[in-house]
Ligand binder design. Structure first.
Ligand code: GRF
Length: 229
């Protein structure tokens, strides 16, 4: 089996990166993690990747100055690293830099991200607190193809969790993160297996198994059943 070569881009602790690395350890998993790139020197995820013998590169965006030229320089270095690793698929996992339309266009259909809300609701940085402020009763996470607009690209997969009374942004984030760690490797698996197709209209088509059933919150209260006569 030829495995899909995956590069993961991080800026921080890299728990989603670790979930991808762990999933890829299974011999039948159709993707392998060939490179981890961080724009932040000392990001926690770098050590975690190195401990798994995965090649890591730090491309510190600050060394490229500021403005459009700086972004071009940063993205050129990123492209060199990704091409050097012969990456087929790039997974953003807590990567805190916006990528230019040019860069994103060059990776169309091969650049994905995970976001801690059920997109298109609650884009941006403060999703957990905003969900609590809005009073939603079901939250979740989304894996999507990256487009030039932040958190707006074609949706690949989603996982839902209930929101409980008394949740804080941290407690909700932890519940969602546990599902991120399940959803991201599954989406990468499906992409590598060829189950995910980005059509000409920018919609994702999924072949193969899809979910059944629903999450209700509050859940239906079981009613007494009349014993059979
Ligand atoms: C995750 O919540 C992800 O959805 C968001 O950034 C966070 C990264 O966490 N994009 P980690 O670095 O993967 O632990």
């Amino acid at each position: 089996m030829t495995k899909t070569r995956v590069a993961v881009l991080i800026s921080g602790r890299g728990s989603n990166m670790k979930a991808l690395i762990d999933a890829a350890k299974a011999p039948t998993y159709p993707a392998e993690i060939v490179l981890v790139v961080s724009n932040m020197p000392g990001a926690g995820g770098l050590a975690a990747a190195a401990a798994e013998n995965i090649r890591t590169v730090t491309i510190n965006h600050k060394t490229f100055g500021a403005g459009a030229d700086a972004r071009r320089g940063f993205e050129a270095a990123l492209t060199t690293a990704l091409n050097g690793a012969r990456a087929d698929l790039v997974c953003l996992a807590g990567f805190m830099r916006l990528l230019s339309a040019d860069f994103v266009g060059g990776w169309r259909g091969r650049l994905i991200n995970i976001h801690p809300s059920l997109l298109p609701a609650f884009k941006g940085l403060d999703a957990h607190a905003e969900m609590l402020r809005a009073g939603v009763k079901i939250a979740g996470c989304t894996v999507h193809f990256v487009s030039a607009e932040m958190d707006a690209g074609p949706i690949i997969g989603q996982a839902a969790v209930p929101v409980f009374d008394g949740d804080t942004p941290d407690s909700l984030a932890a519940r969602i993160l546990a599902e991120e760690h399940r959803l991201y490797p599954e989406c990468v698996r499906r992409i590598a297996a060829g189950d995910i197709l980005l059509d000409g209209e920018g919609m994702v088509r999924i072949s193969g198994a899809q979910a059944s059933g629903a999450l209700l919150n509050p859940p239906p209260i079981p009613t007494e059943t009349t014993p059979p006569r």
